[in-house]
Design a protein around this ligand. Structure first.
Ligand SMILES: Nc1nc2c(ncn2[C@@H]2O[C@H](COP(=O)(O)OP(=O)(O)OP(=O)(O)O)[C@@H](O)[C@H]2O)c(=O)[nH]1
Ligand SMILES: [Mg+2]
Length: 654
């Protein structure tokens, strides 16, 4: 049988660790050979961090009681021998719950009180304020304590209608979506706004993040979840009841939260849960099978998805089967094919991303190191020639030679001025980029949209304001790209001149492509418009809702801009540290040449000894070049025994 999600995730983790180890071997060796300049050192560290801490988020989204929490229990937590996430009839999970692992914290459950909704800060900002979260420690060796603590995500409060309205749970214009009211007129609302669970579960330790969400109402009231968190998940699992198929409220959720998720990578899965309710002893297996197949086909059609992305199963029987070790029931639950699909597509896509990053980064490291090795070899060859020319020459000639080398060195030292000039221009251009990608620039470009959102009343022109704001942001990215082009051209010219004058082999790497960030911005814009398009435009009339949406937007754009800036900084650093490295190498070469001549001046037999030494050094450099290719090759080609790097073809064609 093919591997389930857990095993595939384990293998993916092993692959990442192996790659991390190989990277360390390469980096240690480069450092030892003094081939790792500051820029390369930083890019090694970034790649190592990416390999180590890369997160994969799987979000579960559906109407209440479809079995999201039960499916999470079945796929991820059956090993505890019981339900860990609370799953019961009616509304159970009351707040979005993220399960992940942070080594810096003890196993715990952290809960953000619902009252924080009365304040304008984005959820992203609250994450930075640990003291506002209520912490409950978890005993991961005690499944009963664990499950008991998790019950907190179901807690509710009873508040007045006005309070519920202020918290965003009561809408006079959408009475059907309002939460239940008790005899005394109190409204039931979630006690917590968001829950973060930190535990050293093997999958979570390897970077899996699971997002469980509550049914419709509570999600709808937290725009940030829809426009930021869910679109950033690597996979979203949407759950329906196998008996009912796509109901009207399911369709509302799909449209609001999932229809705009970019599906280029096949990251949306639909589960028709509770097939056990169709197991009917008065029917025949063939008839039940036909019924399930029909539901799957209809669902795929309604949601406009490839049929292979729709899977029927029973989460509850799957969990039960795993807890009891009942293979027959497990097969009947059809949980395993879902786990395989999830593993293959999510981890496959993740692995391709990481492989791309490794190839690019190691390729650059290798090219830089090879260039330095080449320069060292050239210098040795020249020195050998210089020394061989001294054979049989008298001390006058040798002294002249020494004077010439010293003169050359003095000339080279004067290059410092032109290098400084290059750096000054470089820094000036770079500062312009920093300004364009800074917080005040975002504020400026989105000022029109912000004003529009903050106006009171229904905002009819909001789509145009979004389009305008995002055009501005894309314009910023294009200006940044142009500035990068200027920097690149300036460096290329300066390097060419330095190469010609001083025999360097400097080469400015091509700048990072901003198109990627432009398309990230496009995705953010789409998720907002989609969200507003499905009825939420009416909600925009409420200032606190509009403010929340705006904050969520700015937080997301800021993180895109910061990532772009990080890439640009690294690129610039690697260009300037290349120059530093070559200057240093050259200074050292002068030192060696002068020292060799001094030795020859001192003793007659030294010349042949020195020539022989150079021969040995040349051989060592040749060996180093071979070793470099070997180490880089190991990082760039390895697939190990890991999930296939591409989604399976049947997903698109069946
Ligand atoms: N028969 C059957 N019941 C299931 C299955 N999966 C879940 N259930 C039941 O359906 C109910 C709801 O499941 P939950 O996992 O709490 O549903 P949810 O989607 O997390 O719901 P909320 O947390 O309220 O949003 C529970 O009583 C589950 O035991 C299944 O495969 N078969
Ligand atoms: Mg739930």
């Amino acid at each position: 049988m093919a591997a389930g999600f857990n095993e595939q995730f384990d293998r993916h983790g092993a692959w990442r660790r192996e790659m991390g180890m190989r990277l360390k071997v390469l980096a240690d060796w480069l450092r030892e050979q003094e081939l790792l300049d500051d820029g390369s050192e930083e890019s090694v560290q970034r790649l190592a961090e990416q390999l180590r801490a890369d997160k994969v988020m799987v979000a579960f989204v559906a109407e209440f009681s479809r079995g999201k929490s039960e499916l999470i229990n079945a796929v991820f937590f059956a090993g505890y021998g019981r339900r860990i996430m609370p799953a019961s009839a009616g509304r159970t999970t009351m707040c979005p719950t993220e399960l992940g692992y942070d080594a810096g914290l003890p196993p715990c459950l952290r809960l953000l009180p619902i009252e924080t909704r009365l304040q304008p800060q984005a959820l992203l900002d609250w994450r930075q304020v640990p003291e506002k979260w209520t912490r409950v420690d978890l005993d991961v060796n005690d499944p009963a304590q664990l499950a008991g603590a998790m019950e907190k995500v179901s807690e509710v409060l009873h508040v007045s209608q006005d309070e519920a309205r202020a918290l965003g749970f009561w809408h006079d214009d959408r009475p059907d979506d309002n939460p239940p009211v008790d005899a005394a007129g109190a409204v039931e609302v979630p006690r917590w706004r968001h829950a973060l669970i930190n535990m050293a579960h093997p999958l979570l330790k390897q970077g899996l993040v699971v997002l469980d969400t509550p049914g419709l109402n509570a999600i709808g009231a937290e725009p940030e979840l829809t426009v930021n968190l869910i679109p950033q998940a690597q996979a979203v699992v949407f759950i329906l009841g196998a008996d009912t198929g796509v109901t009207k409220s399911d369709l509302t959720i799909w449209r609001e939260h999932l229809a705009s998720v970019d599906d280029g990578l096949g990251t949306r899965f639909v589960v028709l849960n509770k097939i056990d309710t169709l197991w009917d002893e008065l029917s025949t297996p063939a008839r039940i099978e036909a019924q399930i197949a029909r539901q799957c086909a209809e669902t795929a059609h309604t949601l406009e998805l490839p049929p292979a992305q729709v899977i029927a199963l029973s989460a509850q029987k799957g969990l039960l089967a795993k807890v009891r070790g009942d293979d027959g029931l497990l097969a009947q639950s059809r949980l395993p094919p879902f786990e395989q699909l999830l593993g293959r597509q999510v981890l496959g896509a993740r692995q391709s991303v990481l492989q791309g990053a490794i190839r690019a980064s190691v390729g650059r490291l290798q090219a830089d190191a090879a260039r330095t090795l080449g320069a060292r070899r050239r210098e040795l060859a020249e020195q050998a020639l210089e020394l061989k020319g001294l054979r049989g020459k008298n001390h006058v000639v040798i002294r002249q030679m020494r004077l010439r080398v010293e003169q050359e060195k003095a000339e080279f030292d004067r290059s410092a001025a032109s290098v400084l000039a290059v750096r000054t221009v470089h820094m000036k251009l770079l500062r312009e980029v920093f300004k364009l990608l800074g917080s005040s620039s975002i504020k400026k470009e989105l000022a029109g949209l912000a004003t529009m959102l903050r106006e009171s009343g229904v905002k009819f022109g909001v789509k145009r304001a979004y389009a305008h704001g995002f055009d501005n942001l894309r314009g910023v990215m294009r200006r940044v790209q142009m500035l990068e082009g200027e920097i690149h051209e300036m460096l290329t010219n300066a390097f060419r001149q330095l190469n010609a004058e001083y025999g360097f082999s400097l080469q400015a790497a091509p700048p990072p492509d901003m198109a990627r960030f432009e398309s990230d911005l496009g995705a953010v814009e789409r998720s907002h418009l989609q969200y507003l398009g499905v009825g939420n435009i009416v909600q925009l009339a409420r200032p606190e809702f509009a403010e929340k949406l705006l904050r969520a937007l700015v937080a997301r754009v800021r993180s895109i801009f910061e990532t772009a800036l990080g890439d640009i900084e690294l690129w610039n650093k690697s260009c300037s540290s290349q120059l530093d490295a070559q200057l240093r190498e050259r200074r050292r070469a002068f030192g060696r040449r002068i020292e060799a001549i001094q030795r020859i001046q001192g003793a007659a037999g030294e010349l042949d000894g020195r020539i022989a030494e150079i021969g040995e050094q040349e051989a060592a450099l040749e060996a180093a070049q071979r070793r470099l290719s070997g180490l880089a090759h190991e990082l760039q080609t390895s697939d190990l025994d890991a999930p296939a790097p591409h989604p399976q073809p049947e997903a698109a064609t069946a």
